[in-house]
Write a protein that binds this ligand. Structure first.
Ligand SMILES: NC(=O)c1ccc[n+]([C@@H]2O[C@H](COP(=O)([O-])OP(=O)(O)OC[C@H]3O[C@@H](n4cnc5c(N)ncnc54)[C@H](OP(=O)(O)O)[C@@H]3O)[C@@H](O)[C@H]2O)c1
Length: 279
């Protein structure tokens, strides 16, 4: 049996998942860096080989039941335990709520919300048997506050926040830590990989003028993006803490906006945000 702590990370071929895989492996974890498409593993493989890191690469599509079960079975067979699960895989879907088709809504939730449930359910029997573990769910600042034209993403992260808060109570008897990470802008391929709803691509969209204006304002803040290693470092700090908090914000923008959201009267916060977004 492996004596190192074993971590399973989803969406590890890119951005936060890749940075977290490398960060935890450098600190002695055996990392199972999983991804839905193994052809995308080359960047990670190059780091693993050059640093001789304890990282295993495995296929896991969070939208596929048998893929999640097979990945967990493979890890247990080879490493014998799972101490940390980082539910990281996710993408953004843009468009006004009216313009996003139900199929597009469902796909967004299939990945960002049901994907987390699927992998968590596959891992929990082992963590309960161990009477220990840590589950880290990558939420977002947008899990605590809404912006327009990202409704499916915002809703999926709000749902993830409720799920995680519930899990934290349910898993306390087995000493399983449950943690939310709430990043602001992070410099990854997230914006590039975000999808735009079909109907929102039409020039005659009734929302076009508002979307353009607020999109420009949001883009303006991207230069403030924190590196994904900041998220990795926060995850490490949380999972190694004996009594981690429920929520960890990451990045200067998150540190600024989340307290404002919490302490300002709701009407004032809404007026400030509308002004910021040019609405
Ligand atoms: N970047 C930000 O500003 C930011 C801010 C707040 C929260 N987040 C959250 O951080 C997490 C990671 O995003 P990122 O910034 O690192 O973006 P990213 O570079 O686009 O990485 C997203 C990862 O998720 C994977 N993924 C998507 N669907 C999947 C599926 N069905 N099964 C398995 N993997 C899947 C992607 O794989 P493919 O390459 O195959 O698509 C990719 O590896 C997401 O949950 C996101 O919501 C990001």
């Amino acid at each position: 049996m492996n004596s190192r702590q074993v971590a399973l990370i989803t969406g590890s071929n890119s951005g936060i998942g890749l940075a977290t895989s490398v960060y935890l492996a450098r600190r002695g974890y055996t990392v199972w860096a999983t991804m839905r498409n193994l052809d995308k593993a080359s960047e990670l493989r190059a780091i693993v080989e050059s640093e001789k890191l304890p990282i295993e690469i495995a296929q896991l599509d969070v939208c596929d039941d048998s893929s999640a079960k097979n990945a967990v079975a493979q890890i247990l067979q080879k490493s014998g335990r799972i101490d940390v699960l980082v539910n990281n895989a996710g993408y953004g879907l843009r468009g006004a709520i009216e313009e996003v088709s139900l199929d597009e809504w469902k796909q967004q939730f299939e990945t960002n919300f049901f994907g987390v449930i699927r992998v968590t359910q596959a891992v929990l029997p082992q963590m309960r048997a161990q009477n220990s573990g840590a589950i880290v769910n990558i939420s977002s600042v947008l899990g605590r506050m809404a912006i327009p034209f990202s409704g499916p993403y915002v809703a999926s992260k709000f749902a993830l926040e409720g799920l995680t808060e519930t899990l934290r109570y349910e898993l306390a008897p087995w000493n399983i830590k449950v943690i939310l990470i709430e990043p602001g802008f992070i410099a990854t391929k997230f914006q590039e990989n975000a999808q735009l709803a079909q109907a929102a691509q039409r020039d005659d969209s009734p929302y076009a003028v508002f979307k353009k204006a607020s999109g420009r304002r949001v883009q303006r803040n991207i230069y403030r993006a924190a590196p994904p290693e900041k998220v990795a470092e926060t995850i490490y700090r949380a999972i190694t803490h004996p009594t981690p908090k429920l929520r960890y914000a990451v990045g200067r923008d998150a540190w600024l906006v989340l307290p404002l959201r919490r302490f300002l009267p709701a009407g004032l916060f809404e007026r400030i945000l509308k002004k910021q977004l040019g609405l």
